[in-house]
Design a protein around this ligand. Structure first.
Ligand code: ATP
Length: 920
């Protein structure tokens, strides 16, 4: 048990001139009111743990007064620090601080984290929450949407605010951020006394959890218990007087709530200080949310420090005195703080084992050290623990059994209620008994249409009834009607209403109602024997009662009949209900089936949609591919066409050339013909003239060659003449002038002859090959060759003859002939080259033609295949689209069918592609 620490803090005066007024003087830890002259006012001195004057800073207050609570909290004790005082006395300044000075909350936060950093052997988890009590509503300042939270209490958590947000923090800065956030949502307002007056009580809470870190490392089994302590840092709203604050409207309402809760706090403190808690007195914690939340701090498991702030100004003397009185009372309040450890069974066992081990070790080490008494004591302790454990277990079992019984009873009650509820009872007797003075039962109303469930609130077993009989006093035979159970009264003789019983009983000590009703004479005699007050009037009453009973009997029979009818109805209705129930179940089953099928349909529809998407993407891909192929094909076709065109052009060119060559060939043939004829004639001439010149004297016939009308003739003639001249010269027959002339003529003829083959060669050069033509050409060539060869031979022979006769000055003729022969050979070669070229061109043309045809057939094939594929895809797509459309219609019809029951027409309708159609 320890007392709450109480300190008083004096804030600087708002009015510096204290000379003319009473003032508060601080000496050590005492504060006393002094008159303006400085003399203490009697009975106005208060001593506390600390009294801090205006010069003392918050840091010093923290060090002296608050630090202990914080370090206790770090060691597992709950701790609470709160500031109490009138408005504007400096509570917020003390708790939250100012721009220049940290408050107790800030200093505590720093200290907590400093301590955690220092404590290497334990690990900590800090959670913070921040709440305000505004107009008796608890609001979460860290989650402003959480308003009007409730205070709960349970064994595990104690008193707690349900739904309060807790943030885990690991540094002071995080805490300050949260504080700032909370502060922004706190209720503050301006009053005449404080421009920034707290309109709510705020509680900043840190939950400090810690655990031994080294246990695992050292293997020590000291404890794996977790210490959980709660540190509350409370800034209360200040008590205020409306006259001073000038509060109205909202402020007034706030002020009222503030004052009310502070008054409750005062009451609680007063009661606690009076020792009411120790004496089992009532402490009104529940009168306000503030005291309820601070309950553990004020009278429970917590170390608490209060700072009462006061204003020194004389105008506040009354409030200050009130605060000091509060502080004085609080000083007397004691709390019982203890370390809050959550110990697991394993930890407990470990701890005990460790204790035993320690003892054993001690026992072994030095027997003398441990006295027998100590061992005994420890054993006793152990035994006590075990007994306590067993007791607790038994209690637990007992509690469980009781709980089970309670559960059982609750179940039975529920069952009974259910049974009773299901019964449809129209109680004939209820009405009868409710009627005053035994009125007739005919007014009873039965509800035929509705099933009326009557809960029997009262039950009386036959045993109760006996008790009732026993309980009946001499004066009273009347059992309370309220205690009667109609089930226990199966015949009418056992039933009577209060009035009837009263009439019959009339204060007589009749204890057996059976007796009373069945044997009136006996009853009369018994009455007479006991009290002597029997009279005939009573018997008369009895008789009339019996008549009434008879009447009731009749009515009862009616009622019973009616009852049985109702029972039958009930049975019917029960059967109907059962049928309805089974129909309902079937409907439910159907509903689920439909729901499931709808789901399956949805799934199927989704699958179909996916497939549709897949197909459409595939189709688009195919279309793209098709386009690409088409464009490739078009390109290839264009290229082929170009090739074909160029080839055709080339063929046309070649054909044109060929036809030209053919024409030329014809011309050449003609020329060759002429040429060969001329050579032939020339040769003949040579032969004729040569032999004639050899046998006869040459005659001068210069125009003989011209007669033939051909140039060669003159040449031949010239040659003949030349030979003849040579012959004449040799023989000396003709004149030298004539011979020279003849010679010139011969030379010119030879030149002409040379020019002609040249032109012929030219013609041959431009010839092109043609098979047949070439063949003919070759033949012609051969024949020309032959002609040439024979001509050469002849010529050679002639030349030899001439050489023999003349000097070698006619060699040029032979050279010319040789040259002609060579040219002829060359022309032949050229013709062969042309032939080759032509055949190559033909081959190339054929190759191109084949290639083109192959390419064309290939393209045609691929085009056909593509068209086929396209057709197939289009067909597939069409069938898929049709299937989807069918499914869609089907699903839509089912969905519409499910929802679209047309009440008017009594049929389902579905929306199809044909419009709304009824489903049969
Ligand atoms: N010890 C102090 N030193 C300097 N200024 C102080 C001191 N205490 C209070 N003040 C100043 O007095 C004014 C009122 O203080 P504060 O708001 O803390 O009062 P309060 O008790 O919280 O009032 P309320 O109950 O209305 O919220 C503030 O401007 C504050 O700065």
């Amino acid at each position: 048990m320890e007392k709450i620490g109480v300190a008083v803090r004096l804030r600087p005066p708002s009015n510096a001139d204290l000379t003319k007024a009473n003032y508060w003087k601080v000496v050590d830890n005492t504060i006393s009111l002094c008159s303006p002259l400085g003399t203490p006012v009697s009975g106005q001195a208060f001593t506390f743990d600390y009294v801090f004057g205006t010069e003392v800073g918050t840091r010093a207050i923290y060090d002296l007064h608050a630090r202990g609570v914080i370090s206790s909290a770090l060691h597992g004790f709950n701790g609470t620090i709160f500031a109490y005082g009138q408005t504007s006395s400096g509570k917020t300044y003390t708790m939250r601080g100012s721009k220049t000075e940290l408050g107790l909350i800030g200093l505590s936060v720093h200290d907590v984290f400093k301590h955690i950093q220092k404590m290497k052997v334990r690990e900590y988890l800090i959670r913070v929450s921040y709440m305000e009590i505004y107009n008796e509503d608890i609001n979460d300042l860290l989650a402003p949407q959480n308003r009007k939270l409730q205070v709960h209490e349970n064994l595990e958590k104690g008193i707690f605010v349900a739904g309060l947000r807790e943030e885990i923090v690991s540094s002071p800065s995080q805490v300050f951020e949260l504080l700032e956030f909370g502060e922004a949502h706190r209720h503050v307002g301006q009053t005449n006394m404080n421009i920034y007056s707290s309109r709510s009580h705020t509680i900043f809470r840190m939950v400090i959890e810690s655990k031994d870190k080294n246990e695992l490392l050292t293997g020590a089994c000291s404890s794996d218990a977790v210490r959980v302590s709660v540190l509350n840092l409370v800034d209360l709203a200040g008590s205020e007087r409306v006259a001073k604050t000038g509060a109205g409207g909202v402020r007034l309402k706030e002020g009222t709530h503030i004052n009310k809760s502070l008054m409750t706090l005062g009451n609680v403190i007063k009661k606690l200080s009076d020792g009411a808690a120790r004496q089992g007195g009532h402490i009104p914690y529940r009168d306000s949310k503030l005291t309820r939340i601070l309950q553990p701090a004020l009278g429970g498991n917590a170390k608490t420090a209060i700072i009462c702030t006061i204003a020194p100004d004389e105008i506040h003397i009354d409030e200050t005195r009130g605060t000091l009185l509060f502080a004085s009372r609080a000083k007397r309040v004691t709390t019982c703080a203890q370390v809050n450890e959550i110990i697991t069974d394993a930890a407990l066992l470990k701890r005990q084992q460790k204790e035993i081990e320690d003892l054993r070790r001690k026992l072994k080490g030095s027997q003398s050290d441990i006295s027998e008494q100590e061992i005994l004591r420890l054993r006793k302790d152990l035994l006590r623990y075990e007994l306590e454990k067993e007791r607790l277990e038994l209690e637990l079992q007992e509690e469980r059994r009781a709980q089970m019984e309670r559960d059982q009873r609750i179940k039975e009650q529920e069952l009974r209620i259910e049974n009773l509820s299901s019964l449809v009872i129209t109680s004939a007797f209820d009405d009868a008994l409710n009627k005053e003075n035994g009125k007739h039962l005919e007014n009873r109303q039965f509800q035929n249409n509705a099933l009326i469930t009557v809960r029997r609130e009262r039950q009386l077993s036959p045993l109760n009834f006996e008790l009732l009989s026993e309980k009946s006093s001499e004066k009273c035979l009347i059992g309370s009607r309220r205690e009667l159970d109609f089930e226990g009264m199966s015949n009418f003789e056992n039933i009577a209403d209060e009035d009837l019983w009263a009439t019959m009983n009339d204060g007589l000590p009749v204890t057996d109602p059976e007796f009373l009703f069945s044997t009136p004479n006996r009853w009369a005699s018994s009455v007479g024997s006991t009290k002597g007050r029997a009279s005939s009037s009573v018997i008369g009453v009895l008789m009339s009662s019996k008549a009434k009973i008879q009447q009731y009997k009749g009515q009862l029979e009616e009622v019973q009949k009616e009852n049985s009818e109702l029972r039958a109805q009930l049975k019917d209705s029960t059967t109907f209900e059962a049928e309805l129930h089974s129909a309902l179940m079937e409907l439910k089953d159907e509903f689920w089936i439909i729901k499931n099928s709808t789901k399956a349909m949805d799934d199927f529809r989704n699958i179909l949609n996916d497939a549709k998407l897949g197909f459409s993407s595939l189709c688009s891909e195919l279309r793209l591919e098709e386009k690409q192929i088409e464009s490739g094909f078009v390109k290839a076709t264009r290229l082929t066409n170009t090739h074909m065109r160029s080839l055709s052009n080339r063929i046309f060119e070649l054909e044109a050339e060929l036809s030209k060559v053919r024409v030329e060939k014809v011309e050449l043939q003609t020329h060759c013909q002429i040429y060969s004829e001329q050579i032939q004639r020339l040769t003949e001439n040579f032969t004729k003239e040569g032999s004639a010149s050899c046998t006869k004297a040459p005659s001068r016939s210069p125009g003989a060659g011209q007669e033939l009308g051909f140039p060669f003739v003159s040449v031949e003639n010239d040659a003949c003449m030349n030979s003849a001249e040579a012959f004449g010269q040799i023989n000396g027959i003709h004149k030298p002038g004539e011979e020279l002339h003849f010679k010139h003529q011969l030379d010119s003829k030879v030149l002409e002859m040379g020019a002609e083959p040249c032109s012929m060669q030219k013609d041959r050069n431009i010839c092109v090959s043609d098979d047949s033509w070439l063949r003919r050409k070759r033949n012609k060539g051969d024949s020309v060759d032959e002609c040439f060869t024979s001509a050469m031979q002849d010529r050679n022979a002639v030349s030899a003859d001439v050489l023999m006769c003349t000097k070698a000055d006619d060699k040029s003729d032979f050279n010319k002939l040789e040259c002609m022969t060579q040219m002829f050979l060359m022309s032949q070669e050229h013709i062969r080259a042309l032939e080759k070229q032509l055949s190559n061109a033909n081959l190339e043309r054929e190759r191109f033609r084949t290639m083109l045809q192959e390419q064309l057939s290939r393209h045609e094939k691929s085009m056909a295949a593509m068209k086929l594929q396209k057709r197939r895809f289009a067909q597939e797509l069409k069938s898929i689209m049709e299937a989807i459309a069918i499914q869609d219609n089907f699903v839509t019809s089912i969905c519409l069918g499910i929802q679209g029951f047309d009440n008017k027409q009594g049929q389902f309708k579905c929306q199809s592609i044909l419009g709304e159609v009824p489903i049969q």
